[in-house]
Design a protein around this ligand. Structure first.
Ligand code: ADE
Length: 249
């Protein structure tokens, strides 16, 4: 059974597809799934497209039709946590859908029918990702600092990522989101548009899930420019290095 590696965009998948040995293409549900070998691992690579529904469809197909044994999502995210900067890497401990709101029938963010807002990632699958992220960032620090004129080296974080069908692109919105979450005791490190959907599907199937996101922007007024630049120039190299270093044996 293969490990599924999912990204929303081709730039986020990087050169993983080029690195795939004995690639076999399968088309299903409007997507191209690539099965093959990365190192010693049997994997399936796919682009989900952007947003929670696209991600959920992709995850269901991976688990139902391609019999993936686990899913790793990799890509970029906006930094929400204090001090989480462009170039930092976040490995998720949990996900929450920040645009889920069935209040006053259910508490804000609770997914109706599940009795909870938080969906945990698999600790055993996440640990090597965090380890590989820290090692890769330490090794590539000099190159990276030069590219981003960073005041400090990039860091690897482990914590809550929130997802919603919105590109958060104003300081006011990210501040409001951070404040609302903090009010309920949630300290989100990053925001993106797919992870929580995949986490929910994986919970439905009892499949292990992990996610690694490189921070492309601060989800603020500069987010559209920062995102475009980062995705174009850096995301793919980061993704490929970290994921390949982390692939579980
Ligand atoms: N992915 C990367 N940056 C993002 C942002 N600012 N909002 C939502 N998803 C993102």
């Amino acid at each position: 059974m293969p490990i599924a590696i999912v990204s929303a965009l081709a730039e986020e998948q990087g050169n993983l597809l080029q690195a795939l040995r004995q690639p076999q293409r399968l088309r299903h549900a409007g997507r191209e799934f690539w099965r093959g070998q990365l190192g010693e691992r049997e994997v399936v690579l796919v682009l989900s497209g952007i947003g929670k529904v696209a991600a959920a469809t992709t995850a269901a197909v991976l688990l139902e039709c391609l019999h993936a044994r686990c899913i790793v999502f990799t890509g970029v995210a906006g930094g929400l946590g204090e001090g989480v900067q462009v170039g930092d890497v976040v490995v998720a401990t949990h996900f929450l859908q920040h645009d889920m709101d069935a209040s006053p029938i259910f508490p804000r963010w609770e997914v109706p029918g599940y009795g909870r807002a938080l969906f945990p990632c698999d600790a055993a699958l996440s640990a090597p990702l965090l380890e590989a992220a820290s090692a890769c960032l330490a090794r590539d620090r000099a190159t990276f600092d030069q590219e981003f004129s960073a005041a400090r080296g990039a860091r690897a974080y482990h914590g809550l990522i929130v997802s919603g069908d919105r590109f958060v692109s104003t300081s006011a919105e990210s501040q409001a989101l951070r404040g609302a979450l903090a009010g309920a005791g949630h300290a989100a490190l990053a925001v993106e548009m797919e992870g929580a959907a995949v986490a929910q599907v994986c919970a439905d199937y009892g499949a292990p899930f992990a996610a690694l996101r490189t921070i492309s922007d601060r989800a603020d007024d500069d987010a559209p420019t920062d995102f475009s630049r980062f995705v174009r120039e850096v995301a793919s190299r980061h993704t490929e290095r970290i994921v390949r270093a982390a692939l579980p044996q």
